[in-house]
Each structure stands twice: as C-alpha cells, then as structure tokens.
Write a protein that binds this ligand. Structure first.
Ligand code: ADP
Ligand code: MG
Length: 592
C-alpha cells in the first residue's frame, strides 16, 4: 500500500537533514537572527544544547499574524521565486529550519515587531501548536528549544557527549561571530560565560576576543579592491596550524568552503610556512553575486565562481604581496621557554589553558568545513594560473626589503649561526640557509627567465648508473636542460654531463645529479611544483656545511640576502632570521 506522508512526518524526516545535532539547530537559529537585522544575539545552552537552547535577539521580530506561518515548511520571508535565489545576501532561505526544529523538540517563541504594542508567545511540541497568546516583550525574538529529538529516539542516540556537542556549538558560534563583527554575540554554557564579542564592527577586535591576543598581534591586514574585493587578516610566519580549521573565508558575508580559495592560500604561503603547516586567516571576499553559484543545501556552503582562475590569482597574489611586504622574522618564544624552565607549575596554568583551547579547536571537526584533504593537489586551472603568475612576474616587484645597514657583526657560533645586532635588537641567522636562499632565488629567477648560464665542460663527467636510473634521467632530460644541465645518455648505463650551471662547481653538480636521481620519484609525485623542488635541491648541494666564515663574507651574504624577494624564510618555510629584542632579553634576565 502506498501512503502519503502527513506534514508532521515529512518535517521529522527533513529535520534529519537540517538539524542533525544541537549545533546545526543553533546555526539555523542564529542565522535567522542575523537575517532579521539583529545587533545583539545572546545564546545560552544547557547540557550541550540537549536540554536547552535559548537564543535572544533584538531583530525585526515576527508579527502576531505571521507567527504560525513561520513554523510551516517552506515558509520564508526571504525569497518569493527561484530567480531571487541568485542574488541573495541572506543566509537561510529554504523555509525549513523552524519547521524542522519544532518537529523534533519543544519550542517556545516570544516575538515582537517594533510596530506592535504587544508581543506573541507561541508554544509547539513535536511540531504541534500547543498555545498562542499575547505576551509582553521587547522588540525582537526569544526562542527556546527544549529536549531536542525527544520524539526521535534513534536520532537522539547519535548525539555525542554534552562536552563534544558544546564544543561543536562553540565552533559554530565563533565562526558566525567572526563573519559578523557588527553584531554583539554573548554566549553562555550553563551560566559560564564563553564568549562576548564587542559588536563594534572592528574585525580585529572580534578575532582577538575569540582567538586571543597572541594570534591577533601576529596578523597582517590585507585589503584589495579591483574586480573583486578582499579584506581581512592573515597570519604571519609565526603562527600556523597543522590543519585548516583556522582559515575562515566569507564570500559575500557567507562562510563558505571552496577548494580554489584554499589552494590559493596554500600557494601564497608556500615557502613561508613550514611544509604541512597551514596558515591562519580571516578573509572577507566580495564578488558580484551573479558570478557565483552557492550550493543551496543549508548545511553545505560550497561556492563556485564563474571565473575561478581570476579569483584564485587575485587572492593568491594579494596574500603573497602582503606577506612579502611585512617583516617575517622568526620569533623566539622566550615566554614559553622561561616558564617551562623556571616557574612553578602553578604559574603555568594560563598557558596550559591557552594551548588546551587551541588544541581543542584543532580537534573539532566542523560539521560543514572539514572536508579538505591535507596536501590536496592543485587542479589544472590553478596550475595554469600559477604559470601565468610566474610569467607576469611577481618576482620582479619591489618588496619591503630588510635593511642590515645599522647592524654590526658580533660573531658566529657553532660554525653555523651568524649573530648581528644594533641598538634595539639582535638577529641570529643560519649561515647555510642564508646562502641556500640567496642561490635559490637567483637560480629560480634565471630559470623563470630562461637565462641560466651553462658552462660547457672541457672534460665531460661520465657517470655509470643503473638501468632504472637511466630511464629516470631520460624522462626528465628536458627539465635538466632548463636548469642548466646538459646531459646525454650513452651506452646502456652511462650518462655524460656536458654542461652544468655556471653557479655550480663540478663536484657539486655531480652530487646534485645523483641526489636528484634518488629523489626524482618523490619530486614527481609531490604537491610542490617540480621546478621549485629541483632548484632547492640544487642550492642545498651548492652550499658547503660548517664553513668558517669571515666578517667580509658575512657582509656580502647579508647584502645579497637583503636583495632577496623573501629574505625571511627558506624554500621550505623555515625561518632564516630569528629576532631577539633588547626588551625581550632584559625580560629573560628578569631585569624588567
Ligand atoms: P528561512 O530562514 O529559510 O526563511 P526559517 O524556518 O528559518 O526559514 O524561518 C522562517 C521565517 O521565520 C523566516 O523567513 C523569517 O521570516 C521568520 N523568522 C525566523 N526566525 C526569526 C527571527 N529570529 N527574527 C525574525 N524573523 C524570524
Ligand atoms: Mg532560517
């Protein structure tokens, strides 16, 4: 027998999609408050939201004669017809949330518009209206959800511990607060104050109230206006995470996920952060709404750009330029170190809480944003955009150069580290990394301009190799040539190196070729572009370990370094320069 499902059953089923858990209900409800032009939203939960969720806003409210309608499926004030979907700035628009949430919980709503003298209170249990009556109220809406999933025990069983549900909720609230700096968010968990944002429309203030001042002070402001608009903050090289949970991207005020945008961020930070580490960033991107396609499933926030190539390049260049225009010296975290060594355990507490908070964040898999696989491959379009980027020479731009002029040479330690200082600070530089970086940039520049000078060897180097290795060389012979290595294969198992790049000496070239053969498989399968890997390998070979270095050589190294595009981090993202200020050193010695 075929049955037509009744409205209540349909709502219960659809609740499974829209409200999977308390945090998803909260997301829908807060988005409703945002859409209703609220400037203050307070949220309270008990027992991870399972027992109670209460949201109070000061928004538009719902007029008495519309209150029941709001709880009907496909009841929405936000769109009238399908065309409206495409130039939409509001958050929810399927008219499903209230119907779904009320189908699986006990709801009480008190609401009043500014035009009404008295408000309305409505109570629903499992989607059925229990009562509706006039009620005194402020302008805005209070909604209380009790006993979520009381009538769907199967669903209730899938809920996690109250602690886990609560941290999912915090995560959602943090994200919504970051997306809406003009709204004051006040969030309590069983009477414990968790979050209060100022709502003063200052992006950095809201970031700081959520992520703390240590993150906020390591952020770089970015701003771009052109075909699209970008503003926000990006982390410098002193802050990063091992996943992408701290990459907030709003497109037209909507928190989205987009592979192309994440790839642009990854690419922009290449060589600035250590490998496998991810940047922290808070970005607002504004595009003409008619040029994007937002997946309208309420829990998915995927966005597709009409011209994704262009968006990719603009975002990547904007971030990269801002990074290279800032000072990216490494910082020695003396606070953590001294506390670990010298202070009593009691005084560690604030630090522990902080790091616990951070690791908690990292563990939370956001319901809607967790999908990206680490080290995902750039897609073809992105690669193409990268090529254009090289051709259009970012490399030629002038960046904020580091100036060593007023620094004097103090000495070297462990035959490896150079120490220089001026009145205010001391820098420690890794001599080998400095050298490697200088060579790397020169080499890459020459490679990009196809101007690597080759020295033809009077006595070619002959190397005997295994068959397997010969085919590796054969497959990459053109690439070697681009890098200044003229190689010929002869016989079954010999290669002849006829020419090498001018900047290398002969034994180094030989070692380089051998090392390259050993690494060629991993280079070919690597996420990084082959060329960069090869260049960095070559430069590693070209520098010698543990050389004593004279003051004269230090000066010329520093001069060359200051002319680098990015003098702060090596091709693998490790710091080249670590800074200690006089002030920090005095603190270490407890002088201040
Ligand atoms: P949608 O948000 O997709 O329109 P909902 O079921 O979430 O659907 O809400 C239905 C309608 O109820 C909304 O379109 C809006 O008119 C009204 N509404 C819901 N919450 C609020 C609120 N906090 N303040 C004002 N109006 C609200
Ligand atoms: Mg809604």
């Amino acid at each position: 027998m075929i049955n037509i499902l009744d409205e209540l059953t349909i709502n219960k089923i659809s609740a499974g999609e829209v409200v999977e858990r308390p945090s998803s209900a909260i997301k829908e409800l807060i988005e409703n408050s945002i859409d209703a032009n609220s400037t203050k939203i307070s949220i309270e939960i008990i027992d991870g939201g399972k027992e109670l969720i209460k949201i109070v806003d000061n928004g538009d409210g719902i007029s008495s004669n519309e209150v029941e309608k709001a709880f009907l499926r496909h009841a929405t004030s936000k769109i009238k017809k399908i065309d409206d979907l495409y130039d939409l700035y509001s958050l929810g628009f399927r008219g499903e949330a209230l119907a779904s949430i009320s189908a699986v919980s006990k709801v009480e709503m008190v609401t009043k518009t500014k035009d009404e003298v008295i408000g309305t209170k409505i109570v629903l249990h499992g989607g059925k209206i229990i009562s509706k009556e006039p009620c005194s109220s402020n302008n805005g809406t209070i909604i209380i959800i009790r006993d979520i999933f009381f009538n769907t025990p199967a669903r209730k069983k899938f809920l996690k511990s109250s602690k886990t549900e609560a941290s999912n909720i915090s995560d959602i609230i943090n994200k919504l607060a970051i997306s809406n700096p003009n709204i004051r968010f006040d969030y309590k968990n069983s009477n414990n104050k968790i979050l209060l944002t100022p709502g003063n429309n200052k992006f950095l203030d809201v970031i700081s109230s959520i992520h703390g001042r240590d993150i906020a002070k390591n952020l770089i402001n970015i701003d771009y206006t052109g075909k699209i608009k970008i503003n926000g903050y990006i982390g410098n090289n002193n802050i990063f995470r091992s996943n992408r949970n701290f990459q907030y991207i709003n497109v037209n005020k909507r928190l989205v996920k987009s592979k192309i945008l994440l790839d642009a961020i990854l690419e922009a930070y290449k060589g600035i952060l250590p490998i496998n580490k991810h940047a922290i960033c808070f970005l607002n991107i504004f595009v003409d709404p008619s040029t994007i396609d937002v997946n309208i499933h309420p829990t998915k926030l995927e966005v597709k750009f009409e011209n994704e190539n262009e968006v990719y390049t603009i975002l990547k260049d904007t971030i990269r330029n801002s990074l290279l225009n800032s000072t990216l010296t490494g910082k020695f975290d003396y606070k953590i170190d001294t506390i670990k060594k010298y202070e009593k355990p009691k005084e560690i507490i604030p630090l522990n809480i902080e790091s616990e908070k951070i690791s908690k964040f990292e563990n939370i898999k956001d319901l809607s944003l967790d999908i990206y696989v680490e080290n995902s491959k750039l897609n073809d379009k992105a690669l193409e955009a990268k090529e254009t980027f090289y051709q259009e020479s970012l490399f030629k731009k002038e960046y904020n150069k580091i100036n060593f002029n007023d620094f004097s040479f103090v000495g070297t330690i462990f035959d490896t580290y150079i120490i220089i200082s001026n009145k205010e600070k001391m820098y420690i530089l890794d001599q080998h990394v400095v050298h490697e970086k200088i060579l790397y940039e020169k080499y890459m520049n020459k490679f990009i301009n196809s101007s690597i000078d080759i020295q033809i060897l009077l006595d070619p180097i002959i190397l005997q190799l295994y068959n397997n290795d010969i085919s590796k060389i054969e497959n990459n012979i053109d690439l070697f040539k681009k890098f200044g290595f003229e190689i010929e294969i002869f016989g079954n198992n010999h290669i002849m190196i006829r020419g090498v790049p001018n900047m290398f000496k002969i034994p180094e070239s030989q070692n380089f070729i051998l090392e390259l053969i050993d690494n060629i498989d991993s280079i070919n399968s690597s996420y990084d572009l082959k060329e960069e890997k090869i260049a960095s390998l070559a430069c590693k070979k070209a520098i010698k370990a543990n050389d004593k270095i004279s003051e004269f050589e230090v000066k010329s190294l520093l001069k060359n370094l200051s002319e680098c595009e990015n003098p702060f981090t090596c091709p693998h993202g490790r710091p080249i320069i670590v800074e200690f200020t006089k002030n920090e050193i005095e603190k270490m010695f407890k002088r201040i």
